[in-house]
Design a protein around this ligand. Structure first.
Ligand SMILES: Cc1cc2nc3c(=O)[nH]c(=O)nc-3n(C[C@H](O)[C@H](O)[C@H](O)COP(=O)(O)OP(=O)(O)OC[C@H]3O[C@@H](n4cnc5c(N)ncnc54)[C@H](O)[C@@H]3O)c2cc1C
Length: 232
């Protein structure tokens, strides 16, 4: 797929969690946008300044959904805080090799925060478009419960597709939080067997990727079956 320099319009913007925005940018002529699940767009967020954002939606729609947290507070964060419906967005797309590999092996996805974004595209693609029967397990961690987004989407997918389940955990919850607590590493360790023939995808910060990768390698999971994308 050739990389394109596109200018599309914002058709929707919602704050889906604390400091986390969903922005839909669409082709006004309704032409479908093609990319591979897991790829990203590099957006012109300020003059001569670009930042990368993974695509949350599935290929073949006339729009792409982006989800950005604005915790870092730099030019990318300001862009997502300030952008409005009807604004134009200039970006390079589609980019990246962190893409979903279709096969029948069980697939494990590990993410923290907006590291979930490329997995939304990959998992929806596998379940809804490809109608894959492979086992799909997602482990997603957030720091605070105010940052949790798309839990209802994950819940809906889990109730519709028997081969998909997810574990959501919050590492620094308030006393009111009723769900899982702690880091994702505490939840998948027992589930993954030594030498398992599985595909693993990891997305988030460098520390989190290294942590998960080290634990998978210690279980003799083949290095070439561990795919990762580092956000920062
Ligand atoms: C391939 C790729 C895909 C990405 N996809 C997404 C995505 O889908 N959604 C998304 O929100 N971000 C995504 N990012 C991160 C994004 O590109 C920006 O780095 C992020 O939005 C911060 O940009 P900024 O200009 O606000 O801050 P900057 O000025 O660039 O960063 C300031 C500092 O904050 C740190 N930092 C960056 N992000 C975070 C964070 N989330 N939490 C804490 N510290 C942080 C950086 O390491 C840096 O030291 C992706 C990055 C890459 C490389």
């Amino acid at each position: 797929m050739a990389v394109q320099n596109l200018t599309l319009k914002v058709t929707d913007k919602q704050e889906i969690a604390h400091d986390t925005y969903l922005v839909r940018i669409a082709n006004v002529n309704d032409e479908p946008l093609d990319f591979q699940p897991g790829q990203f767009a590099t957006i012109l967020v300020a003059p001569n300044t670009r930042r990368s954002y993974s695509i949350a939606s599935v290929p073949g729609e006339a729009f792409i959904d982006l989800i950005a947290d604005t915790v870092a507070g730099g030019p990318g964060s300001q862009f997502f805080e300030n952008i409005k419906v009807e604004d134009e967005v200039q970006f390079l797309f589609p980019l990246g090799n962190f893409t979903y590999q279709s096969n029948s092996k069980p697939a494990y996805f590990f993410a923290t925060g907006t590291g979930l974004v490329p997995f939304l595209s990959m998992i929806k693609f596998a379940l809804e478009q490809e109608q894959s029967n492979r086992e799909i397990h997602l482990f997603i961690g957030f720091r605070h419960e105010e940052g949790v987004f798309y839990e209802s989407v994950l819940e809906e997918l889990a109730s519709k597709y028997e081969n998909f389940n997810y574990t959501l955990t919050v590492s620094q919850p308030s006393d009111a939080w009723q769900g899982n607590k702690g880091r994702i590493t505490e939840y998948y360790q027992d589930m993954i067997k030594e030498n398992a023939d599985i595909d693993c995808y990891i997305c988030g910060s460098r520390n989190m990727i290294e942590d998960v990768q080290t634990k998978l390698l210690a279980k003799n999971i083949a290095k070439e079956q561990i795919h990762f994308e580092q956000f920062y």
